[in-house]
Structure formats: C-alpha cells, structure tokens
Design a protein around this ligand. Sequence first.
Ligand SMILES: NC(=O)c1ccc[n+]([C@@H]2O[C@H](COP(=O)([O-])OP(=O)(O)OC[C@H]3O[C@@H](n4cnc5c(N)ncnc54)[C@H](OP(=O)(O)O)[C@@H]3O)[C@@H](O)[C@H]2O)c1
Length: 275
Amino acid sequence: MNTIPNVKLNSGYEMPMVGLGVYKASPSETVQAVEWALKGGYRHIDTASLYKNEKEVGEAIKDSGLARAEIFVTTKIWNDDIVSERSVEALKESLYRLGMDYVDLLLIHWPVKGWQKAYVDLAECVDKGLIRSLGVSNFKTHHLEAIKGISKLVPAIDQVETHVYFQERRILEYCKSNGITMEAWRPLGGAGSRELVDPTLVAIAKAHTVSPAQVALKWNVQRGVIVIPKSVHQDRIKSNIDLFSFDLSGEEMEAISSLDRKDGREGRDPDEYGQ
Ligand SMILES: NC(=O)c1ccc[n+]([C@@H]2O[C@H](COP(=O)([O-])OP(=O)(O)OC[C@H]3O[C@@H](n4cnc5c(N)ncnc54)[C@H](OP(=O)(O)O)[C@@H]3O)[C@@H](O)[C@H]2O)c1
C-alpha cells in the first residue's frame, strides 16, 4: 500500500498531498471509487455540494471501517449559497449529507458576489469546531490580497485550476510567501486531456516506466502543490496515487515547466464572476 506524504497547513492540521476528486462521479460511481481509493491507501477525498455526492462520500467512508480522524474530507460552499448569504446554513447541510460533525477543509468554491461575508461567517465556524481548516478556491492573487482587509484568518488552501499546460506560477509564488498551500484542481488536464499525450510528458514517463498521468501529478507534488485527480476506474485510482517510487530530476521539472501555455486554461476565469 502507498504511504502518502502530508503537508502541514497553516491551521496546524496535516493534509495528504494526494486525494481523490469526485466531480462528475455519479452517486453510485462515487461509492465505488471512494471504496477503491480508501482500500488503495487514499486518505483524502475532495467533494462539493455542487457535485451532489456528499452523501455517498460520507457513506463510503463510514462503510470503510476507518476512523473518521484518519480521513481528510474537503467540501465546498456553492455560489448560490454565497450570493444569498447562507454559507453557514449550507455548511451545516453539507455536514448533514456527509454524516459528519466537522469537515477537514471547507472551501469557498468561487469568488462570487458576497464571498467576503461568507469568509468572515465561515471563519466563526472554525472557532465552533465545524471546520478544521478554512480555504478558498479559484482565488487569484488580488482576491487573496483582499482577504487581509477583512479577516485575520489566513486561508489554509487556495484550490485552483493548475496543470502542466496551465501552471499558475504567480499564484503559487504568492501562496508560498503568504503561508497558503496551493492545491490543483484538474491536475490531469481533465477528460480527453491534451497533456497526457504531450511528447515531453510521454518521454519522461517512458524513462521512469510510469504513465504520463503519474508524471503530470508528480510534477505538481514536487513543486509543493496538492493534487486531487478524479477517476472512477480502479486501475487509474491505483496508479494516480503511486507517485512516490520515482522522482523527477531538476532537468525534467524544467522541461515540464516550459510547457506552460497562454491558452492552457480549461475552466472558467474567476474574474468572469466580476468580483
Ligand atoms: N474547485 C473547483 O472549482 C474545481 C473544479 C473542477 C474540479 N475540482 C476538483 O478537482 C478534481 C479533479 O479535477 P477534474 O475531475 O476536473 O479533472 P482531472 O482529475 O484532471 O481529470 C479527470 C479525468 O481524467 C480521467 N483520468 C483519471 N485518471 C486517469 C489516468 N491515470 N489516465 C488517463 N485519464 C485519467 C478521468 O476519467 P475516469 O474517471 O473515466 O477514469 C476523468 O475523465 C475534481 O474531481 C474535483 O474534486 C474542483
């Protein structure tokens, strides 16, 4: 079984460097994927109220027989709940669906209108023990900078889209110098990824007898970024966490760094939300 290194967050809690993402996994796929993941050594699951599978994540964790304290669970407050100023109620609803009395990491899903109030309200839920670490998602450096004006609590995590073709180095540098850990969503480049057939990645994978997906994930881990690859296939779930029997050389890390592209973004630009 794989042993996954942890990162110590600014909240004092430890977070595994690799987790299972369950976006677009149906409820039944989620139960199966989480079961395979926990059996294969994962101890970190990333869900969201948007994904409509928090209940199944909670059930699969319960059925695993593992202690709650052994598993790191992330969920997120969806945009509608932020805009309508009901983030605390939404957190309680997520906890109810998960069947848990606290969440390890709670993220503000996008910096939509009202995110500042949500952040302040949710910071109080850290004090109440409902959230162990509070973080944000899809925050650019100007959003992160704005938090300094509204709360003393530095977010533990910024979960952003980042992968080989979209490296977000500026946000990573900002996070590193402000005690925030960066986490990558879409770390494989998503369904039908262009990156997993990139000749540089393929050549590096061949040299280490691993897959291009493992190289893409290891590159982020080696630069200090947490990854949460999604899969509903057992063989992929297994290999996506098998990242610690090889290391990328400095030269290989640099070769991958040169693959960053201006058109690399796959999802929405957070500034489209107008905040
Ligand atoms: N905060 C946010 O706004 C946000 C946005 C998007 C995602 N997320 C989180 O980040 C997680 C990961 O992002 P994502 O799901 O968008 O994309 P991803 O993990 O980069 O890619 C998932 C896709 O890659 C396939 N795949 C998985 N392992 C593979 C492998 N070893 N080789 C080839 N293909 C493989 C999966 O197919 P199969 O499932 O069929 O194997 C799926 O189609 C999500 O599940 C979610 O938890 C957060």
